[in-house]
Design a protein around this ligand. Sequence first.
Ligand code: SAH
Ligand code: SF4
Ligand code: F3S
Length: 440
Amino acid sequence: MQKYRIITYGCQMNLHESEKIAGILEYLGYAQTENTEEADIVVFNTCCIRDNAEKHALGNIGALKKWKMRHPSAIIAVVGCMTQQDGAGNGLREKFPFVDIVLGTNNLYRLEDAIRQARENRVKQVLIDPDPNPPIREHERVARSKRPNAWLNIMYGCNNFCTYCIVPHVRGRERSRKTADILQEFRTLLDQGYPEITLLGQNVNSYGHDLDDGSNFAHLLEQIARIPGKFRVRFMSSHPKDLNRDVIDIIASSPNLCNSIHLPIQSGSNRILEKMNRRYTREAYLDIIDAIRAKIPDCGITTDLMVGFPYEEERDFEDTLDIVRRVGFSAAFTFIYSVRRGTPAAQMPQVDPQVAKDRIMRLIAEQNRMTKAASKTYEGKTLEVLCEDIVPKRPGMVCGRSDTGRLVTFEGIPEWIGTFVPVTIQRSQSASLFGIRKEN
Ligand code: SAH
Ligand code: SF4
Ligand code: F3S
């Protein structure tokens, strides 16, 4: 049997897309391998959100040149966000002539035929569809890679054009799937035994705005929450500019919707937020946090933060530190701003890289203090944990997440994976919690 290997970079959206690529490859008769040496096709599913993501992928594609010489009949495909940047498709072909297929983000449906062409006729192709509004294709084949959690796309693309971000340029405009299609996939996943489903979109709060049938995110959540059964729903990402009170209310009143929200703020400085085109102020953000905490007191709130954005001065950065202290995020993803060609921020005056490095260290130290303090508050409490995996290299230990999104490690057996276990927290260490199953 022929084998495939997929190497994935980037966000959850890409991880899920790799499951769709796997679905196509398995339909074509390939079996999965993690070992490039025994693969007959290698697919790079790329990301271009920051320079290091791109460099990483480029380096690994380049490293396959010799492999391809040893395996001349094998196929190499490069897909994902990197290919869809202006002129990147042909650029990749010139830089890596040994690559067989370069495929854009909007035309995964062409992969099957491109592989047949490469396999049977040795045809090399660059297939990039520049249309930012391609139709949504339903009934895709998905070979899910992970249990017990499943991903479910509710929408594609982004309309926000934050001035630093490449995503709207490579993922096209916002396109929402019809509520009925989402609910159908959701029910199928429950029937297949997935107890946790994460709804995916670049900005889930604007779900439905492009459909002229009155659908919106709160309404979608409401319909999902009404489905009978024991399951958990997460979603990401939320844009603070349109996280509305209806969404907070429905989470507060529905036990199946996790008390956990990822709400990227990026910066605590109004001046910088404006230059980023984020379309909210720090005050508006803090109001949303208050509204969330009033209705869902234990809600785990996580965020994304960026330092070194053009024009950022020490006082702007201090505003970011101040937000970190005020909100008490349970965790934060922190990034140094990275120039993306073709975005407005690339034309703005850049911050000294050394200053940015210094700021990120200070930011991480501050967030670590907050994370540690937040973790301590869990000690002695009993949480319902969805057991997700065994802990590698620690026999007898399993791990999972609380409703609020906390990673919990405890003594257990592999048979518990996929079940909900009450765990009493005994100690915490930075973001991790350690506990023991509560006996009834
Ligand atoms: N759609 C999501 C974010 C997708 S990108 C949202 O808006 O919440 C994930 C994170 O990467 C962003 O929140 C931002 O913090 C970071 N990011 C995006 N572009 C970046 C850039 N050019 N340099 C550094 N970080 C960036
Ligand atoms: Fe990028 Fe902003 Fe869209 Fe998120 S909302 S994907 S940061 S443009
Ligand atoms: Fe995700 Fe990277 Fe694309 S973060 S949407 S894979 S640019």
